[in-house]
Design a protein. Sequence first.
Length: 473
Amino acid sequence: MAVEFKKRDQTRMNQWLGGNKRYTCLFKASRDGCNSTTFHNLCNNKGPTVTIMYNTNNSVYGAYTSVSWASTEGWRVDGHAFLFRLYQSGNWKPVKLPVKNTNYSTYDVSSYGPTFGGGHDLPTFNSTINPSSGYFQFNIAAGTFGHSYSTNGETLESITNGNRNMRDIEVYLVEVSDKPTNAPLEAPWRNTPQWNTELFEALKEKIDKYTPLKELKVPQARVLLIGQVGAGKTSFFNTINSVFRGYITRQACSGNAEHSLTTVYRMYQIRNSVSGKPLNFRLHDTRGLEADQGMDAHGMSYLLDGNLPDRFQFNPSAPVTPDITGFVAIPQLADKIHCVVFVIDGSTVDVMPEKVIEKMKGFQIHMNQRGIPQIVLLTKIDKVCEATSEDLSQIFFSPVVQESVDRVSQILGLPRSNILPIKNYESEIELHANVNILTLLTLQQILNSADDYMYNYLDKIEDGKLQQLNIRE
Ligand SMILES: Nc1nc2c(ncn2[C@@H]2O[C@H](COP(=O)(O)OP(=O)(O)O)[C@@H](O)[C@H]2O)c(=O)[nH]1
Ligand SMILES: [Mg+2]
């Protein structure tokens, strides 16, 4: 998890402080040095501040004081001060602990860093701490948690994991802002055509008529959906299916289960609602991308190469081998995966387990070797941004959504244009025009990527690097 005060955190801080604020970083230990003199030089007499600490367990917590730091060499009185936690071991668990003994809100002493409570409730450092192994080990011992601040059932352990190794400590100046931090942007962060019925009809018709490159004689583009259990893979298929059927369908079973409901490898078809004929792409829905369960790199290679049959039953305790029933020994280009779609729950991007990220990156190596384009679907975007949840057409004006997209692009090393935020149908019983449009815009991008793969394939054939034999006649 990155060490930064994110939009979501700022929104929560605004709620706690009551009103929109502007946050300016005055002190950052990793940049300025973890030194009490530097801290006071940079932060004294500036105004209200919020101190944020990031420990090596990915817990993020800190304190707010409305009183300026000033090296008064004593305790300060502040009835507005509070301690808080934002994340506990990487999980978003915000809690606010208001001051109860206001005489001891902060310990404002020149040889001390930002220190809170007479206990000290939340100790930090004095003098200088030099970083070792990439963190700062705080040198003030834990005092009496709950001395000056309410505990609200929390303990020092539940706030700090008893961990005093800090990746960073930051102090932000808090000022009143006339602009809400998550106010819609003036210009969209990504341009799309005007969302209206004409766009919807045009996209639907285009996808209805979609055919992969004729020269390659591939009847259907194959798109692999891969992601953690509950990310929204099956819902994405159901959403597309609903758009083309013209009503909400839950043909494929979706839902939150401890382990993937989808242990069977399915290659779903979407059909034209009038003719009933399948459209020229398939969505392959795989079991979850779990840290310990799910698929290994070997299984992934078979999947990408088209060796595994429809309805193949994954067994987490037995690796895939060519002995399995229905193994496609000599897959054709038509059987291979032409585009991979990582499906990521947009509302939990910040807390994606390191192991899952590693696993995805491991898979990416195999995809890159094969030249398979990769797209990321950021699902549940309605849970990320309230404005977007109320009106999906705000999605490209949302700074929160933009931030999530940037983040995922960084994590997976994919261009931002490959990261597509979406909202699936989940509890709706009726179609919505904007959900339909966003779904089709997204699907269009996916099919374009599958085409990119096929154009590259054609280039390779024409360069004589591949044998035409690989194409099913
Ligand atoms: N709010 C919201 N919920 C979603 C969205 N997509 C999926 N869900 C819900 O997330 C849960 C898991 O979805 P599912 O498609 O079964 O995930 P899978 O395991 O990746 O196939 C279900 O309860 C869905 O209703 C979305 O875009 N927004
Ligand atoms: Mg599923």
